[in-house]
Design a protein around this ligand. Structure first.
Ligand SMILES: NC(=O)c1ccc[n+]([C@@H]2O[C@H](COP(=O)([O-])OP(=O)(O)OC[C@H]3O[C@@H](n4cnc5c(N)ncnc54)[C@H](O)[C@@H]3O)[C@@H](O)[C@H]2O)c1
Length: 335
């Protein structure tokens, strides 16, 4: 007997929702059957593209009995409520990061999220980027001996608008959150956080009481050190690098250009095209792989994706980094 396709509903037809709709459509064994967004014309436009139903109300879909799984790609402030509704309806849930900006709200849902037969996955897509995933596998295989230091560099091409910064929850919870998860992908047990924040180029980010540039040092339980470097701008484009240094060598992921073609002339050598523009371009493949892993988990019960606890741990690290940057002291954490 052939297994029937998993019926998936998408919540949120904005920037990242559009990407996920394409991934669901491209993935074998899953049908995109319903798209919800209070801006119903956005839901309808996307639904028409993929032959799905549209609604303004995600709860109508969640309680319809017509979906097996949902993907939550609505604003962060809606995640906890929709996660809970999905869990209560017995659905599998892939939820965009972060779970919430408030750890108390995350903790209130924790027991329920961890006590379900269905799967709850978190959208830390960078774990599925071929370069970072490849390095992780090679570290695990012992290729560089014992991991001693990890360096994560993450700089955006340009800062988001002041309106976005105002409600973002601050750089640690909005931007560094991905890097905290990347750190835990390699070093799951983090015990101490030290962070420094600065305002070096943006007046409006400073006006919002936020930093535009930060560095974070994490200490792992086995003595590993992780350094994260973030900036809200980068004159040469999206800067995403990772270095894993161990007792027997180093693995290094550099930035990605559209092709490997280099130009040589009297003025310069080894000149390449600009880096891939931003996250939608660089991480396109990782959003698809994230979805494939989630569908595989739903089918087999074998959960390889980051889950609720990973989302909670990243938020705890973000809060600790914020405290450290504000107080000038290192902060001990227990994840
Ligand atoms: N993993 C990643 O790389 C990544 C990238 C971008 C955004 N995100 C996350 O995805 C989420 C959405 O971000 P975005 O940039 O797509 O935002 P967006 O503003 O572009 O889109 C959000 C959409 O959700 C809709 N919406 C609002 N309230 C809703 C509700 N209650 N139910 C259903 N839909 C609702 C809005 O009308 C809008 O169309 C955020 O949590 C963000 O942190 C993750």
């Amino acid at each position: 007997m052939t297994e029937r396709n998993i019926r998936m509903g998408l919540i949120g037809a904005g920037r990242i929702g559009i990407v996920h709709a394409g991934s669901i459509n491209d993935t074998k064994g899953v049908d995109l059957v319903w798209i919800c967004d209070p801006m119903v014309e956005n839901a309808e436009r996307l639904a028409a593209q993929y032959g799905a139903k549209a609604s303004a109300d995600p709860l109508e879909m969640i309680n319809s009995g017509e979906v097996d799984a949902i993907l939550i790609a609505s604003p962060t402030s809606t995640h906890v409520e929709l996660l809970e509704a999905g869990i209560d309806a017995g659905l599998h849930v892939l939820c965009e990061k972060p779970i919430d900006l408030d750890i108390a709200r995350v903790d209130a849902l924790r027991a329920k999220a961890n006590d379900v037969k269905t799967k709850v996955a978190l959208g830390f897509n960078r774990r599925f980027h071929p370069q970072f995933e490849g390095i992780k596998q090679r570290v695990k295989a012992g290729e560089i001996g014992k991991l001693e230091q990890l360096v994560i560099i993450s700089r955006d091409p340009a800062p988001a608008s002041q309106a976005y910064i105002a409600v973002s929850g601050g750089i640690f919870r909005d931007m560094t959150i991905h890097d905290f998860d990347m750190a835990r992908y390699f070093v799951p047990e983090i015990v101490e956080v030290t962070a420094v924040g600065a305002n070096v180029f943006s007046d409006y980010i400073e006006e919002e009481g936020d930093y535009d540039s930060v560095t974070v040092t994490l200490r792992g339980s086995q003595g590993e050190l992780v350094t994260i470097v973030n900036s809200r701008h980068s004159s040469y484009g999206y800067d995403q690098r990772l270095e894993a240094f161990g007792s027997e060598g180093m693995l290094l992921a550099k930035n990605v250009t559209p092709t490997t073609v280099e130009h040589y002339s009297a003025e310069h050598t080894e000149q390449r095209e600009p880096y891939l523009n931003f996250f939608l371009e660089l991480y396109a493949a990782s959003y698809r792989r994230e979805l494939e892993f989630f569908i595989e988990a739903v089918r087999t019960g074998d959960m390889q994706s980051p889950g609720f606890e990973d989302g909670r741990a990243a938020l705890i690290l973000a809060n600790a980094a914020n405290e450290s940057a504000r107080t000038g002291k290192s902060v001990k954490v227990s994840l």
